[in-house]
Design a protein around this ligand. Structure first.
Ligand code: C5P
Length: 234
């Protein structure tokens, strides 16, 4: 599994995104870019095509969660966008995740990597138990959701880096772990709860780290991205 740092381009316009990506022109490493709901809902599929045209790999993070038929048909539409990675919520059940894989698979049998969201990295143990009425430990729920994703034929999961090791143990070393909730040792957590540093994520065994604000809001985003790469890919 090729390890990489994915930058979460959580901007609300095409202009802001391209202005941000311009800063990386001429850099040795072309960043893997995550397009989430904010950017996709504002700038749409053209934004995906433009970033792809610039030579970036793309994780389209739309976190689909609906009835299986709707997810299958939506994934079919997304399969034409030539992204490298996309996702759905494991909470949608094994049946829904199977439908997602079916929809994403092109006629020639190829498809982007597809991963499932287990529990959002902003969710705490207490909120999961008390608000969502999901009992047990958060770690057990993440591992169970990851195993459901594996059963459904997905390639991996999005989880906290703190859970990546357990997911690998349960689902196998090749099962991909993509981990947001990354913060430098000397930075604020923002709204994230289950966080760690790029270096610790490497030690635990994440395949990809997703980093948003620590890079996008940094005074020097290229330097912050390079710091992530140095710590994570060392
Ligand atoms: O700015 P920050 O580094 O917190 O950004 C994290 C990114 O990862 C956001 O785009 C967020 O939507 C995404 N994400 C997450 N937790 C998940 C799945 C995705 O934070 N479980």
């Amino acid at each position: 599994m090729a390890k990489d740092v994915i930058i979460a381009c959580d901007f609300s316009s095409k202009e802001a995104t391209l202005e941000f990506l311009d800063k990386f022109e001429g850099c040795e490493r072309k960043p893997f870019v995550k397009i989430g709901m904010e950017l996709y809902y504002s700038a749409g599929p053209d934004m995906v095509r433009e970033i792809k045209r610039r030579g970036h790999k793309i994780f389209l993070d739309l976190k689909l969660h609906d009835i299986p038929n709707t997810v299958r048909k939506t994934m079919k539409v997304l399969s034409n966008l030539d992204v490298d990675m996309c996702n759905c919520h494991a909470a949608g059940t094994v049946e829904m995740m199977k439908a997602a894989v079916e929809g994403l698979t092109r006629e020639d049998g190829t498809r982007p990597v597809i991963i499932a969201v287990t529990q959002l990295t902003s969710t705490s143990q207490e909120r999961m138990n008390d608000e969502l009425l999901i009992g047990g430990s958060l770690k057990d729920v993440v591992v169970k959701y990851a195993d459901n994703a594996r059963l459904a034929g997905l390639d991996g999961v999005v989880c906290s880096p703190l859970e990546a090791g357990m997911v690998k143990e349960a689902c196998g070393a090749d099962f991909v772990t993509v981990t947001p909730g990354i913060r430098f040792a000397d930075a604020a957590a923002d709204d994230q709860v289950r966080i760690t540093t790029p270096a610790k994520a490497r030690e635990i065994g994440s395949d990809y780290i997703v980093v948003g604000r620590p890079v996008t809001a940094a005074p020097d985003p290229v330097a912050a991205y390079n710091r992530c790469c140095e710590e994570f890919l060392a």
